[in-house]
Write a protein of this length. Sequence first.
Length: 552
Amino acid sequence: MTAARIFCLVIPVLLFAGFMIAGETNDPRMNDYDVQHYDLSVAFDISHKTMSGAVVVEAKTIHPLYECVLCATQEMVTVDSVFTVFVEKHRLSFTQDSGKVIITVSKQNRPLQPEVHFRIKIFYHAISTYRGEYDGGGIYFTKSGRFASSGEPQFARRWWPCKDVPSDKATISTHFTVPDSFTAVSNGILKSVERHNGLATFNWTTEYPTSTYLVTVAAAKFVELNDTYHAMNGDTMRLSYYVFPEDIEKAKIDYKNAPKFLEFLSKKFCEYPFLKEKFGYAEAEGDLTMENQTLCTIQNNMLTGDGKSEITIFHETAHHWFGDMITTADWHNTWLNEGFATYAEALYLEFKEGTQGYQRHINAMMSLPVGSYAKAVVGRSDTAFWDSFGSSVYFKGALTLHMLRKMLDDSIFFTAMKRYVNNPKLRYANATTDDFIHECESASGQNLGWFFQQWIYASSDSIDRPILHYSWNAKPDGSHFNVGVTIKQENAPTMIYRLPLPVVVHSDTSSQSFPVVDSLAEQTFNIIVDSKPDSVLIDPEKTIFGIVKHDQ
């Protein structure tokens, strides 16, 4: 999801709403099996805002399995029947209640044993009540007849039955039937189009595992624009941009740097992760800007024809490394998706505009009012929307990476980032914050638990950043001067931070920077300099997220 909306939408809500929107709880029985592949077929009735279809779930048991539990929001999705898919169909009994479909797969009260592969086919119909708002999801049918999906964090269940958790990634084939004048686009590669009786069925398939929230459909009378990405190994990949006819010229301008996005991210981290399939954007109405795997949706008001939405479009592109290839294991750890993609924005601006562009972006995130980030970056709830997508997740998460970079230095920091994205256990799989910490500690040779505890895990509801007061004095010391710098942490009664800080001492003949570590409620540092100082600054380049006040 885009970070740009957070500035104007999330901050005001967070200040009074807390965990305003709660999601459906996930049944622990879903941990007893692992989905390998989905085959999803859906026909859409645009005029009635309804759909009907079937999904084949191919899975493998992990524990003895009596019941296969899937997610389906029953106010929207109604399961009609369930069958096994073997040589012959066999109807299975099921119940649907409280957002779950509970399917009996045991025979004569004997469970399926571990490591058993099974396939079931669920027939269903659904109706959409989704209005295209940022914090909702499902299928948004617009007044113009166009429609598109929004699945994050757990809204896939609002339009198709599935195991709607980010930790169970599977390949997927989709078959979407729409009016013949429409094009239905989705993840992966278009294998074929079948046309009959005024309808068209678009058949897409993936070979890279995908989380359910990243499964997408968008349908309209699209015009397809194309470009080419040249991979680092010399291969080429087709870029596809599906746009509304009235926005063709705008899209040509606003998407022109997409190959540069991919090139920059590939060189910075690793090659584009889905090179065998595609990369693309699909225009959509509503607040549907989203990093769907291999096909981001970009809401139509982002296409302005002047490049003003470039950073937002870049953000969604960056998610293909942070979110799509390596996906958060749960919604507690959403910062691994959103904080990383937001920090990638700063890195792109550094590449494009130099240090000034980078620091401007960092300063903008630091400038939000005190209290904007007053919660842990790692969320408490796995189902509350604003807990997973609030300002702390995006911006404080990104600022944590900024501080980590400044503390470790560029060489170690980017080594850690590359180790993270190239870890074979995490690529096309899932990660937790501990996985990232492990890579940082391995690259640096340091114990960094204290750093992540205070910036990522600490539940500092009454504060969101350290506030420092400092004073200084200088006394002659032989041919030198002894500068005493006293730093007080205003937040100390609630939380004492450990802060590696540069103290910069200016005189009429020199300017020197001295590294210190402030870790007490009040602490004095004595610094020896050659000439009488005229000013002392604490962290003037903002390597630490905080507020520094000079007490006269």
